[in-house]
Design a protein around this ligand. Structure first.
Ligand SMILES: C[S@@+](CC[C@H](N)C(=O)[O-])C[C@H]1O[C@@H](n2cnc3c(N)ncnc32)[C@H](O)[C@@H]1O
Length: 374
């Protein structure tokens, strides 16, 4: 069957690389989505192991529809009875981009009618919707409709370790993407001097320990009656057996707020990485290191909800001074502050537009000298 993986905006390339490393299959990223062929085990593997993706869907079909008759008729042709059982509760969510069908509510309601009628014919009985909620997504772009079954349920950024969020946290899958885009790997020192609830540090700890990101959560596909998912227990056991605890991991998070540091520690404990990472209360102005090489990946305060502009100016300037005193360190920063480079006192080697939630940010790449190979 066709599987579609959705990616955070601007980070499709990172998701594509992770998808390839997990499945050996290459796929093209189109409009934030990547398609591949697979079966229910592929669905399970992607949900359990993908750090960068937003959701995993079964792609049920695509067609052109410029009016509601075409929408109804084409949806009725999809073999929903192979995915939904007689008692499935059905929720339809739609998204529309530059199309003649332009009412979200009407598209969802007509689609649901077509699905129910198809199922009633297939099962030769009324649909009672008392069972597990199956989430159908109808995506319409330029009159082209694609119908998906959501296999993840809640977005994959919800790993299950962050019950309470800090202020302005970054999504876990976006944090993983940014770590993968940086030069960090588990043999290098990692520091987040503005760690908040600890997302970068915890995601890095999970990468370093090879903890599957989906290990602590439930997924919708596990409740689909139409699929035998009894293999999943072995998949989970296998993922657990792959966890390692290298002794030389150096991953640190600091924050000026003691409450944030407490939160980060509690989250790290839930994520099972407290033996690989450490946190402390510290003003960025007090950070220094005698190590010649290291990597900073961070999401400093923005000045919108958290602090006033004058405070941001002072923090960014001082962060730049602290960085200057470090030997060959690299620093990767996501921020919406447009004069970040000027305040920090260094031009980025590269920058990329990335969204943190709805907020348009840039991710600034500043490379230090690479370590000398012995
Ligand atoms: C945008 S939040 C970071 C959110 C974090 N990435 C997360 O996922 O939870 C910025 C953090 O910087 C901290 N902060 C503000 N001023 C600081 C300073 N001078 N030194 C260190 N941390 C500071 C705030 O307490 C806040 O937790």
């Amino acid at each position: 069957m066709k599987i579609t993986v959705s990616a955070p905006s601007g980070l499709e390339g990172v998701v594509k690389r992770e998808l390839y490393s997990l499945t050996g299959l290459s796929s093209q990223a189109i409009n934030g989505k990547l398609d591949l062929e697979g079966d229910i085990k592929t669905v399970a593997k992607l949900n359990l192991h993908m750090r960068t993706a937003s959701r995993v869907y079964i792609n049920l079909g695509s067609f052109k529809a410029c009016d509601f008759d075409a929408l109804y008729d084409n949806i009725s042709k999809i073999d929903f009875e192979n995915y939904l059982d007689k008692s499935s509760k059905i929720t339809v969510l739609s998204s529309i981009f530059e199309s003649r069908l332009n009412s979200l509510q009407a598209v969802s309601s007509v689609s649901k009618k077509a699905i129910c009628s198809r199922l009633e014919k297939a099962y030769n009985s009324k649909i009672n919707e008392t069972g597990f909620e199956h989430k159908i997504k109808i995506s319409i772009r330029h009159d082209y409709v694609t119908v998906y079954l959501n296999t993840s349920g809640e977005s994959l950024h919800k790993r299950g370790y962050r019950a309470v969020s800090g202020e302005a946290p970054i999504k876990e899958n976006v944090a993983s993407c940014l770590l993968y885009l940086s030069v960090w790997n588990k043999s290098k020192i990692l520091v987040d001097p503005f760690c908040g609830s600890g997302t970068f540090v915890i995601e890095a700890g999970m990468i370093a320990k090879n903890i599957a990101p989906g290990l602590y959560r439930d997924f919708d596909f596990l409740h689909f009656e139409k699929f035998d998912t009894s293999f999943y227990k072995d998949m989970i056991d296998d993922a657990r057996s792959q966890i390692v605890t290298p002794s030389d991991i150096k991953i640190f998070g600091y924050d000026i707020e003691p409450s944030q540091v407490r939160l980060a520690i509690s989250n790290a404990k839930k994520a099972g990485v407290l033996d690989a990472v450490s946190f402390a209360v510290q003003d960025v102005r007090d950070f220094s290191s005698s190590d010649s090489y290291g990597v900073i990946v961070t999401n400093p305060p923005y000045g919108e909800r958290l602090l006033k502009r004058s405070e941001i100016v002072s923090i960014y300037r001082d962060f730049g001074k602290v960085y200057k005193a470090l030997d060959n360190w690299s620093v990767f920063t996501i921020t919406p502050v447009s004069d970040y480079e000027r305040l920090f006192g260094k031009k980025a080697d590269k920058k990329r537009k990335i969204y943190n939630g709805k907020l348009e940010c840039n991710y600034y790449f500043m490379y230090g000298k690479p370590p000398i190979k012995k």
